[in-house]
Design a protein around this ligand. Structure first.
Ligand code: HPA
Ligand code: ZN
Length: 332
């Protein structure tokens, strides 16, 4: 089963590029960019990764991304991630990036996206990994700031497939960004939003994603199981839910294996992803392996989870079909 999972061609739809920063890389960049670090060794950094909720994780995540300064830094970050993804037999990625985490520090939108895009082109040419970039807005920043960044992104419209919403969910409901996402939709972007596990008013937030925003996908969304009607609506719209087991464990002390099974039983298109693998110390294969350690999953169920990732991806139809055939061949 472990070999089967490792060698299976996979799709990653929920990975924050800034969340792939490895401790050693944080140190190398800090030295190169002459940034003073609070910690003295990569081991000290890892020891500080004792997250217990979303805000405690985000505090370290935003502090560490300060080492990213130049276009080359963003290229390296992204290309390192693709090299690691290649080891996991990931063939398709829709990575997130957080431009406001950089422009707020004086790093230009162009610097960030030029570096990321160059790495995407290199990964396609050298590793055969296809990818489509998703720009996330920080929900604890203002709707005006999100709107400004949406306008900035339009100069790079062809390099971005969709927009998402991440960061601290408390008191930052989807409806705060109704106009931003309506305009993004008009511009042809696909829409997704984080509905993080066990947040205040989370079931209401998921309903807002469906009714007010009309999202094309949901990131996490585990708490939809608290409302049977909501589950039915998600299933009937065929919406993907990108669940990240190891990331969830930091918040709910469980890999949410039973919730994942409950979603499969309701024909919800749940799939498995890694979120912030540099911080949670688990890439995509590791997430699947952790999951099958917590609960029994058949090969057919693992295949189904991975198939959902390709099906609910925003790859072109023909490309999607090719991946699904590749997967079919792999299992037969
Ligand atoms: N949730 C919200 N915001 C984030 C996350 C997450 O899991 N990772 C990076 N930003
Ligand atoms: Zn996430």
């Amino acid at each position: 089963m472990q070999d089967f999972i490792r060698d299976m061609p996979k799709a990653e739809l929920h990975v924050h590029l800034e969340g792939t920063l490895e401790p050693e890389h944080i140190f190398a960049l800090a030295e190169r960019n002459q940034i003073e670090m609070e910690y003295k060794t990569p081991e000290e950094v890892i020891a500080a990764y004792n997250f217990h909720d979303l805000p405690s994780f985000l505090a370290i995540y935003y502090a560490a991304m300060g080492v990213l300064q130049t276009e080359e830094d963003f290229f390296e970050l992204t290309y390192h991630y693709f090299l690691r993804a290649h080891e996991d037999n990931i063939v398709y990625v829709e990575p997130f990036f957080d431009p406001q985490g950089h422009t707020s520090r004086g790093v230009s939108f162009a610097t960030v996206i030029n570096g990321i895009h160059r790495a995407q082109v290199a990964a396609r040419e050298k590793l055969g990994i296809e990818s489509n970039l998703i720009m996330c807005f920080l929900r604890d920043a203002s709707a005006e700031s999100a709107m400004q960044h949406l306008h900035m992104s339009l100069a790079y419209r062809d390099w971005i497939i969709g927009v998402g919403l991440d960061s601290d969910e408390k008191d930052n409901p989807p409806s705060k960004f109704r106009e931003v996402f309506a305009l993004a939709r008009q511009e042809g972007y696909k829409l997704t939003m984080h509905c993080d596990v066990n947040q205040v008013d989370i079931v209401d937030h998921i309903w807002q994603c469906l009714d007010d925003i009309e999202v094309d996908r949901i990131d996490h969304g585990i708490n939809s199981l608290e409302d049977e009607k909501l589950c039915q609506e998600i299933a009937s719209r065929g919406l993907g839910l990108t669940v990240c087991p190891v990331s969830n464990r930091f918040v709910v002390q469980s890999l949410t294996s039973q919730e994942i099974k409950a979603m499969l039983a309701r024909r919800m298109k749940v799939s498995i992803h890694s979120d912030d693998p540099g911080y949670f110390r688990a890439y995509l294969t590791d997430n699947y392996l952790a999951l099958i350690e917590e609960a029994e999953f058949s090969r057919a169920e693992i295949m189904q989870l991975n198939r959902h990732a390709f099906e609910t991806s925003w790859a072109e139809d023909e490309q999607k079909q090719r991946y699904l055939e590749q997967l079919q061949q792999y299992s037969s």
